[in-house]
Design a protein around this ligand. Structure first.
Ligand code: DGT
Length: 221
């Protein structure tokens, strides 16, 4: 069994989840102001450049060919974040091994993008990971948007790899997040969930963030 935090106390670990375009980065930026929190943004830069290969771009260009490769790399980079030795008592992570499996791989399974053998490997790997102490989490913050708002934000930010994302894709990914974290009838939640209204725009969202601020900041005495 691996435990990257061996001989250290595991920080209070918060994973920030929500659909593509739900505002996870803005949420993390807000909590960056606190000195006792380590903020780990999603390793998007690595996904766009794995030894010269843009795996994110390849996955969107040809999902059947590249999804397994992409998910393998997502899993590695997420484990690196779960294992990150935080110098602070609180750690905030953008996404996790959980949303990779419970949302994205779930969607790929439904769309028959992954072969059964590929899914079997991903599942064995995932089961092994979540039985290890390093992937334990203490709180989930679910940034809940409507798919319409998330879609509009994706259009506005205009990331070149994401041009092929359709509204239907985003809506199904939304439903999967909802079933997992709001209705809690899909997969198990790894920790208690705080749901925030992430449809609000930048001018009013900080008030919404404050609803979970004390849960995070007061977690460690
Ligand atoms: P935001 O807007 O700040 O809430 O965060 P985003 O939308 O930049 O971050 P995220 O994680 O929702 O998505 C970044 C890109 O990476 C997006 O195109 C979806 C993709 N992505 C993230 N995790 C996975 C995964 O496990 N599998 C697949 N297929 N795509 C993923």
């Amino acid at each position: 069994m691996f435990n990257c935090e061996k001989n250290t106390t595991r920080p209070f670990t918060v994973i920030v989840e929500g659909n593509i375009g739900s505002g996870k980065t803005t949420f993390l930026d807000y909590f960056n102001q606190y000195e006792n929190i380590s903020v780990l943004a999603e390793p998007l830069k690595m996904w766009r450049n794995c030894n010269g290969h843009n795996l994110l771009g390849l996955m969107y260009e040809d999902p059947k060919k590249w999804s397994f490769t992409f998910q393998s790399y997502v899993s590695l980079t997420m484990v690196q974040h779960h294992c990150h030795r935080s110098p602070h008592p609180i750690k905030l992570m953008e996404r996790s091994v959980y949303s990779a499996r419970y949302c994205f791989v779930e969607k790929m399974k439904r769309d028959s993008i992954l072969s059964e053998p590929a899914t079997a490997v991903i599942d064995e790997h995932f089961q092994w990971l979540i039985n290890n102490p390093s992937t334990a989490v203490d709180l989930v913050v679910y940034l809940r948007t409507t798919p319409e708002v998330a879609y509009e934000r994706i259009i506005q930010r205009n990331r070149k790899e994401e041009k092929t994302i359709s509204f239907d894709y985003l809506k199904e990914l939304h439903d999967i997040h909802e079933d997992w974290l709001f209705y809690k009838n899909l997969h198990h939640c790894p920790a208690p969930v705080i749901v925030l209204n992430a449809n609000l725009d930048k001018s009013s969202i900080e008030e919404e963030y404050q609803k979970c601020q004390s849960h995070i900041l007061n977690a460690i005495p």
